[in-house]
Design a protein around this ligand. Structure first.
Ligand SMILES: [Zn+2]
Length: 186
C-alpha cells in the first residue's frame, strides 16, 4: 500500500468498499464495446469523477481496466483537445490525462498535436448535422511536419464520432498518414 493510500484511502465508486476506485467485484460487471468499455455503471461514474473532481490516480486505474491493445510500428499518441478557456477553468483535459497514461503504458511518445480553436457546445442532445457543424473547423494542427506516420487519437468518451472525424480530417490535411481514433468508453 502506498503512503498516499493511507492519507487518501480509496473507496469503490460502485459499491463503496475500501481499497480501490473500482473493486474487483465491480470490475467483473464492466462490459466492453468494440475497443473500449461501455459508458455505463461504474465506468460512467468514474469518467464523471475524473471530469468534475480531477481524481488523477483514478485515470491509471481506468486505463489499466481498459487495457487498450498496443498498435504495432512507430506511433505517436495524442488526445482530443479541450478549448483553452475550459481547460484553464478545469485545470486539465481529461482526454489528455488518459492519452498520456496510455502512451506511458505502451512506452510510446505523446504529443499535443491539436488545439481546439473555439468553444464548442456539448454534443449531448444535438442532431447528427448539428454535431458536425458544432465541431466543424474547431481544431488546428500544431505540428505541420510529421515525423511519424501513424497517430493514435484518444478521447475519453466516444459520442457520435463527429469530433474524432473532424480531428482526423485536420491531421490528414497536415500530412499525417494514418490516424486511428480510440476512446476509453462509448
Ligand atoms: Zn465495488
Amino acid at each position: 500500500m502506498a503512503i498516499l493510500d493511507w492519507i487518501y484511502p480509496k473507496k469503490c465508486l460502485g459499491c463503496g468498499v475500501w481499497g480501490s476506485y473500482i473493486c474487483l467485484s465491480c470490475q467483473r460487471s464492466i462490459k466492453r464495446r468494440g475497443d473500449g468499455l461501455r459508458y455505463e455503471g461504474v465506468i460512467r461514474q468514474a469518467i464523471k469523477e475524473i471530469k468534475y473532481r480531477g481524481t488523477y490516480d483514478l485515470v491509471a486505474e481506468l486505463v489499466s481496466i481498459w487495457n487498450p491493445q498496443k498498435p504495432s510500428g512507430e506511433i505517436l499518441v495524442t488526445a482530443v483537445p479541450m478549448w483553452a478557456g475550459k481547460e484553464r477553468k478545469r485545470g486539465y483535459n481529461q482526454a489528455e490525462l488518459i492519452a498520456r497514461c496510455v502512451a506511458r503504458r505502451w512506452s510510446k511518445p505523446y504529443a499535443e498535436l491539436l488545439t481546439r480553436v473555439r468553444e464548442t457546445r456539448p454534443m449531448y442532445g444535438l442532431s447528427k448535422v448539428e454535431r458536425k457543424e458544432n465541431v466543424w473547423r474547431a481544431f488546428r494542427v500544431n505540428n505541420q511536419k510529421p515525423q511519424i506516420g501513424k497517430v493514435i487519437l484518444i478521447d475519453d468518451v466516444w459520442t457520435s464520432g463527429a469530433t474524432m472525424r473532424e480531428c482526423t480530417t485536420e491531421l490528414k490535411k497536415a500530412g499525417w498518414g494514418v490516424v486511428e481514433g480510440m476512446a476509453l468508453a462509448s
